[in-house]
Write a protein that binds this ligand. Structure first.
Ligand code: P1T
Length: 377
């Protein structure tokens, strides 16, 4: 079955007791048992909830995964995934990730004996050199937030597997419609469903998708033991969101490319970061690895003053953190999403004070371009 058919039908069977076509919100904390040890497969709602199970089936199918787990946020999904390593293990972390992911490693996981190195994973040779005897995981985002660098998932996965390590890919920026990491050899996919999967900026959630049964058992155990589960209401919201994922992503692709093309030609813009531009250093890899280039575009305005002026002059774009919703957002990575990343690292990566990031929504493209045009002027 095709992607859209799967998105609309996987996990969305009509409700067995009422025929309800949309999966109901099972807003309950517990389930009546017929007798001691006799129940309908549901005992307690931290452990199982039918609305959450429907979403777990749905996104697993979209990622081509055997197993999937829905979490309360993207960060809790990442945190649960990091419980696949233990004290004394080493993780190779892509040097450009969402600031919160870096912060989780830098401020929390190190307290529990997990070692990590930041590595520029755009070149597989750097990854090869970073392996240590105790390296158990390579964790990457591709394209990265916010400078849109790519990692060759197939090359990194085959390298990691020869070294006995697993590969985790944060697929938030692409969604499974544009990139399917498990098919390229990646072991675990994580998502912030807050972004494209839900798609309407009205729910916070996360997801872990994977194929290995032993690892899946552990992630499920962590989900139940720690309890950072996605609520029934949010599960319903994301389930509704994924039904339109394909049509939304097609428009995000179109609008993202149009905005990038416009910015590249603008005299006040010094540099544009978008994998759909022929000038992007990894454009060929993007064409091979992704089904589209997405709706995230970053650009260099040259100074904090210029960035501030653009950020405060837009009228259709909204100044806000987050991304992946139908409405266009604009943000300042250095002081917002990536404030937890040390200044020097930010400079090395290109996360300067003049860098502006846009999440291009699905509004009319003429309105988005004229808004950016007047803000830049
Ligand atoms: O916000 P949360 O649902 O916990 O997701 C965290 C997260 C994980 N991975 C990526 C690639 C992300 O971009 C995020 C969250 N990012 C933003 C809030 C942002 O504006 O970039």
């Amino acid at each position: 079955m095709g992607f859209s058919t799967t998105a609309i039908h996987a996990g969305n069977e009509p409700d067995a007791s009422t025929g309800s076509v949309s999966v109901p919100i099972y807003q309950t904390s517990t389930y009546a048992q017929d007798g001691l040890g006799k129940h309908k497969g549901y005992e307690y709602a931290r452990t199982q909830n039918p609305t959450r199970s429907a979403l777990e089936k749905n996104i697993s199918a979209l990622e081509g995964a055997k197993f999937g787990f829905a979490f309360a946020s993207g960060m809790s999904a990442t945190d649960a995934t990091l419980k696949l390593v233990k004290a004394g293990d080493h993780v190779i972390l892509g040097n450009n990730t969402y600031g919160g992911t870096f912060r989780l490693f830098d401020r929390i996981l190190t307290n529990y004996g997990i070692e990590f190195d930041l590595v520029d994973t755009t070149d597989v040779h750097n990854v090869e050199q970073a392996f240590r005897e105790n390296t158990k995981m390579v964790f990457v985002e591709t394209p990265t937030n916010p400078v849109m660098s790519l990692t060759d998932l197939e090359a990194v996965s085959s390298l990691a597997h020869t070294q006995g390590a697993i590969v985790v890919c944060d697929n938030t920026f692409m969604s499974p419609y544009l990139q399917r990491p498990l098919e390229l050899g990646v072991d675990v996919v994580v998502h912030s469903t807050t972004k494209y999967l839900n798609g309407h900026s009205d729910s916070v959630g996360g997801f872990v998708a994977l194929n290995d049964e032993r690892h899946a058992e552990w992630i499920g155990f962590v989900q139940n033991s720690v309890g950072a589960i996605l609520s029934p209401f949010d599960s319903f919201m994301v389930l509704r969101g994924t039904k339109t994922l394909a049509v939304r992503m097609d428009r995000h692709n179109e609008n993202g490319q149009a905005v990038a093309n416009f910015l590249v030609e603008h005299p006040k813009v010094e540099k544009v970061y978008y994998p759909g531009l022929v000038s992007h250093p990894q454009h060929e890899l993007a064409k091979r690895q992704q089904k589209g280039f997405g709706g995230m575009v970053s650009f260099e305005t040259g100074s904090l003053e210029n960035a501030k002026s653009v950020l405060e002059s837009v009228k259709v774009f909204t100044l806000a953190e987050s991304l992946g919703g139908v409405e266009s957002l604009i943000s300042h990575p250095a002081t917002m999403t990536h404030a937890a990343v040390p200044y020097e690292t930010r400079q090395e990566l290109g996360i300067t004070d003049g860098l502006v990031r846009v999440s291009v929504g699905i509004e009319d493209i003429e309105d988005l371009i004229s808004d950016l045009d007047q803000a830049l002027d």
